[in-house]
Design a protein around this ligand. Structure first.
Ligand code: PMP
Length: 442
């Protein structure tokens, strides 16, 4: 049992008794030094205050001088969505660091509906500037230099960029086509602990659905096994799941948040792949003591997630309703499934015997292994664009990017089926040339 004091109103400290985990060992020194922004906390008075409240507190610009007077967007299908005067002025102004209250409420309902978290009553949700912002703030909250974090290898490249800056000890765990390998995870944790002048691993990062870069889904059994290991070794799980809604099979796999009886999961959702990546809206769900570090960071960095984007997404979700949202998801899944099929057809036409791949069951990536090259970096970075095709070299996703890597990542989200066919033909020629080039240099 752990008594956690955390800031709720800027004026009162509230003691919450948690019956799940002791979070004290997880919080980084940097995060524990964060203090609430007085201005952000005072803003709550504005949200809850009477219309006669005279606001002389923050540096909000006067809405009278914003050059926008109305906003109407035309949706797919022709329907027009016009923001009310009130919604537009909310969208143009600073807002709460935790997110636009109406959107937060809507997102909480969605998370409850999709994941039924076992400790839902004690959990909370914050809006973030996309998943990447949420994950990056979570890392800042958890990791001091030299702290241990466990990551799959290969791993989302931008996540590795965030990690490198924080200089933790990275425990890299190999994957197979069902996700991170539990046997390697256990032995790596044991090794890290026994070598342990620097302490016990704190967190485990995962992309369970349509993983970036491998395109694979973690199997149901694997999820249960990994959660049990996280319990045994007391790890926070960072569940980065931007491809959750882009699944091509009907059956929804259990999220880590859905199994989280302890409060050890921070789950990151994103609207980037399903509504718009430019609006930059995601959310993080988990235990309030962990979310608190993210809120304080938000107050001191972005102040709040983009308000106009939040208002727009709220209006859109309200207009769609649950059924409209599901229909939209089903439309985009069909679209990406067709693109996936076109990519597989292009691969089978041009790269059989040259590359190996696993057919993705969701998301937008296929991970290709080149059979007769031991590294793809020079080919893709120095020669591919001239050969009219661009892919990301596998090395960018490896924890140790100094070693040769025969993989590469292809995205099938934006190219048309014709472009994919041409691109794979170009890629086959590029690989053949590279093999010749390497054999002449031997
Ligand atoms: N995590 C993963 C695994 C991703 O693939 C991406 C997008 N490439 C992100 C996070 C970033 O998502 P967002 O646009 O929501 O910040």
């Amino acid at each position: 049992m752990f008594s956690w004091f955390y800031y709720l109103s800027g004026r009162t400290h509230v003691s919450i008794t948690l019956l799940w985990m002791n979070y004290s060992r997880f919080i980084s020194k940097q995060s524990s030094r964060r203090k609430p922004s007085c201005i952000s906390e005072l803003r709550r008075a504005l949200e809850n205050g009477s219309p006669s409240l005279v606001w002389l507190a923050s540096g909000m610009p006067s809405p009278e001088k914003f050059p926008f007077r109305e906003m109407t967007v035309t949706l797919e299908g022709g329907k027009q969505l016009t923001l009310s005067k009130e919604a537009l002025s909310t969208g143009l102004q600073y807002g709460p660091s935790q997110g636009y209250p109406l959107l937060r409420k809507q997102l909480k309902r969605m998370v409850e509906q999709w994941h039924s978290p076992p400790r839902w009553a004690e959990s909370d949700l914050l809006v973030t500037v996309g998943n990447q912002d949420g994950v990056s703030k979570a890392l800042d909250m958890l990791l001091d230099p030299e702290d241990f974090i466990v990551v799959p290898d290969p791993c989302y490249s931008d996540f590795l960029c965030m990690l490198t800056a924080l200089a933790p000890q990275i425990v890299a765990v190999g994957v197979d086509d069902e996700g991170i390998r539990p046997d390697i995870l256990k032995s790596s944790l044991e090794k890290a602990i026994s070598s342990g002048s620097t302490g016990i691993p704190k967190a485990l990062y995962l992309v369970p659905n349509s993983c970036n870069p491998t395109g694979t889904n973690m199997s149901e059994e694997r999820r249960q096994e990994i959660y049990a290991i996280a319990q045994q070794y007391d790890l926070i799980i960072l569940e980065d799941d931007p491809y959750f809604f882009l699944q091509f099979n009907e059956k929804q796999l259990t999220s880590f948040l859905s199994m989280d009886v302890d409060g050890r999961v921070l789950r990151f959702d994103s609207f980037s792949k399903v509504i718009s990546s430019g609006l930059r809206i995601g959310c993080v769900t988990g235990a309030p003591p962990l979310l608190q570090g993210i809120t304080l960071h938000m107050q001191a960095s972005c102040i709040c997630p983009p308000m106009l984007s939040q208002v727009l997404i709220h209006e859109l979700l309200t207009f769609w309703g649950d059924e409209g949202f599901k229909k939209h998801i089903s439309d985009i899944c069909q679209f990406y499934k067709d693109r996936r099929d076109a990519m597989i057809q292009a691969l089978e036409t041009h790269l059989n015997g040259i590359c190996e791949w696993i057919v993705p069951e969701g998301g937008i990536f296929v991970w290709l292994k080149v059979l007769h090259l031991n590294d793809t970096s020079a080919m893709l970075l120095e020669r591919a664009a001239k050969g009219d095709v661009v892919l990301v070299p596998g090395r960018e996703f490896m924890v140790d990017s100094t070693k040769p890597c025969p993989y590469m990542r292809a995205a099938y989200s934006c190219a048309t089926p014709e472009e994919m066919m041409k691109g794979m033909e170009n890629l086959a020629k590029l690989i053949q040339k590279e093999i010749e080039l390497q054999s002449t240099h031997k």
